[in-house]
Ligand binder design. Structure first.
Ligand code: ZN
Length: 246
């Protein structure tokens, strides 16, 4: 069974009544509860726990890490970012949500600024499915309509996605690449845009379905580990070349 850890700053929900009304137990609890219902083995971790809840043991036991950050990116310890980065290269999946575009782990994995345009006006978003045969789009129709969202607009300063699964249209006129797939080392990474904390985005069943699909896609725990380094020949060859430095 895929083991999922949902990480959240968990500050807005404790400091802002609007956010607390929507996510009384935190965004992480809502997402973890939804993924539980899909049959995943879920746990949560938050910024204010020791090591932000992301110890070596937790990460070793995590197949897919979901990350929600917004106002406290700088409060995430570099040592923890290093651990998460190593685990992604080693094959752990990472799903970066919404304002996590600016998280230390996502910008490090992308290597770009990950800057974008934004506006808070509770406007409609139409999340278009660009690749209907992709596993992350499984079960969806042409688009998901979200009646009230924060706008994110292009240019989004990311590397070219390996697959662009979703593209958003906003009522105010902008476009945005909202569902972007990457591979880094052995790990699969999915950036997913919807999710501003003052709108009930993660209560939306279609959004929950997308997250469940993304977890399944990002889980590489059954893959074969690659081998690196000096390698004995598979066929019989002459290895006595005098120029070889040992
Ligand atoms: Zn936001």
């Amino acid at each position: 069974m895929t083991a999922v850890t949902v990480w959240n700053e968990y500050r807005h929900e404790r400091e802002n009544d609007t956010v607390a009304d929507i996510y009384p137990d935190g965004i992480h609890a809502t997402i973890a509860g939804a993924l539980d219902d899909y049959g995943f083995d879920t746990q949560t971790a938050t910024l204010d726990e020791p090591a932000h809840g992301l110890t070596d043991d937790v990460l070793a036991a995590t197949d897919v890490l979901i990350w929600w950050g917004h106002a406290e990116h700088d409060a995430v310890a570099d040592a923890v970012v290093e651990r998460v980065h190593d685990r992604v290269l080693d094959g752990m999946g990472l799903i970066a949500l919404h304002s996590s575009h600016y998280s230390k782990i996502f910008t490090r994995l992308m290597g770009t600024s990950c800057s974008l345009k934004w506006r808070e006006a509770a406007e409609t978003e139409r999340l278009w499915v660009i690749e209907p045969t992709h596993p992350i789009a499984d079960g969806l129709s042409q688009f998901v309509e979200l009646p009230e969202t924060e706008m994110y607009g292009e240019r989004f300063d990311i590397p070219q996605p390996e697959t662009l699964v979703f593209c958003s249209w906003f009522e105010g006129g902008e476009l945005f690449r909202s569902g972007c797939c990457y591979t880094r080392g052995a790990g699969r990474i999915f950036y997913f845009r919807p999710g501003h904390e003052t709108y009930p985005i993660y209560h939306n069943e279609q959004i929950q379905e997308i997250l469940a699909n993304a977890v399944q896609w990002a889980d590489r725990s059954t893959g074969t580990n690659p081998e690196f380094g000096n390698s004995d020949p598979i066929e019989s060859i002459d290895t006595s070349d005098v120029r070889t430095v040992h």
